[in-house]
Design a protein around this ligand. Sequence first.
Ligand code: AGP
Length: 619
Amino acid sequence: MCGIVGYIGKGCAKDVVLDGLGKLEYRGYDSAGIALLDKGRLAVEKIAEIQDESNKSKISKLQDLLKEKYSDANVAIGHTRWATHGTPSVLNAHPHVSNDGMIAVVHNGIVENYSELKEMLLKKHNIRCKSETDSEVIAQLLSVFCADGLDLVDAMLKATGMMKGAYAIGAIYKNDENKIVGYRKDAPLIACHTDEGTFIASDMTALLKHSKDVYFLDDDELVVCKADSMQILNRNKEVVEKEIFHIDWNIETAEKGGYDHFMLKEIHDQPDVLEDTLSRRLDSNGRINLDGISLTLDDLNKIKKIYIVACGTAYHAGLVGKTLIEKWAKIPVEVDVASEFRYRDPLVDENTLFIAVTQSGETLDTLMALREAKKKGARVLSIVNVVGSSIARESDDVFYTWAGPEIAVASTKGYTTQLMCLYLIALYMGRLKETISAETEKKVLEELKSVPSKVSGLLKNEGKIEELAKKIYEKRSIFYIGRGLDANVALEGSLKLKEISYINSFAIAAGELKHGTIALMDEDTIVFALATQDELAEKMLSNIVEVSARDAYVVSITKEKNDFFKDASEMVLFIPECIDEVTPLLSIVLLQLIAYFVAKERGENIDMPRNLAKSVTVE
Ligand code: AGP
């Protein structure tokens, strides 16, 4: 949820770390800080004030604060925070420093037994923690062990041996200017070494500028970073030989590229990334090739049930996946929210295929659900964007979405590329099981190939949607309704709006309205009615008439041929002609733009909405 960067080397550590933190600010943005070893001194600077009129980010303020200082320091760790324990304040911001001023620590994740450890520190060592955070205990523990004569590596092993929870840690020690020590357990930590020095970070985007060849630490591994070397060790202090991951992302893909916000840029990235997701999976004969995934007919015949498990937007993609797989591959699918799946003793065995869907590959709820499913014998296939992420590495097979870095907290291209992968998986399974004909496969593939250019066409609606946003941005409640696949897309459209505009928004299957929710309709209500499914168009029209009769302002989204929706709605937005199954890839683009322009009209912080973080690595 937070971002970590550390650097030791020839260069100016302050610049490297602040630049990296700038790239990670989307991971957490309520406070930020840096600790540097500077000529025998451990210096710490933090920033956490509420947004002021300058509208500057915490990292730029930190940059201002450090302008004339620490230019010679070659060792630094930095952090950008999304508060879990304790309010966003300078006191609670990282790095945390031990009471003796010897150790500084940055931490992502949660130390679950921190109260116990705080009590022990007080009783046994007379050390009272100053902040409300769980993280500070790590710095205090390390200082106790270093004061006892351990070096930072042994102290880290001893401290983490006492801790419960999930953590990525970076630590420096005033008496040892030659090292940064990092540790990982259930929270991502990446390291790389170049001629310039050694770097650690919680996220690839912070390192792209320095190297694309990185090492992902596994659980209970520790990295010893020195200016001229780097070593990854296990808990027995044995050197671990690890695979290098080459990350195929350009720095430019992690920049705004002239757009006002990352979210808008990422909405506009969709034609290209969808094309990429699809074309990487088509062989020279235009047939689906699952890119190294060994899913044979024998394997498929053994699968009695599929679970698609995910959170938030990825869960919404999973809902569409269920319809596709059941329709084309005739295998029963359950879709579950990861935080629920794990605790309800799901019926999973070796005949279950568990599909995890996740942009970051680090969402702890999804990771824990995956481990639970594996424990019960399921085969795990994951649909992941971030190469080398924890979920990718713990899966039997990985289907990468190839969306490139997604920086805005509100997922857009992440969702549509996840959908594209689910179309391909469902079609592939159907072909193998012969539950679809070759003509159906060909027809759907042709439709999928036309999606990128259709999405480009839809983006031309921006002006119209901006006008609409001006009319509705002050509304207090907005509904999204639809039937079939449209009901799934309605959920995603509604989530987009609430997370960046903070308008109370609600999505419901249109047929359910009459069972209660229609009571909420009045002249103050906006309803986005998705009506893209041919067989359900008339039923949707009836639902639209019902809500209009209660004075709701209805904006319908339907196919170009359905001109008759104009009479029943205040406004109609059209998607191009296509088969019903692929409409989610198109209608969502309009809903993404609606959420974006409403939030913009309201003047909200679109890329970094309040209370949210891009990657949720706590339960
Ligand atoms: C999307 O807009 C959200 N910010 C959020 O729901 C997100 O999709 C969810 O946290 C899952 O993340 P993941 O795809 O990285 O696992």
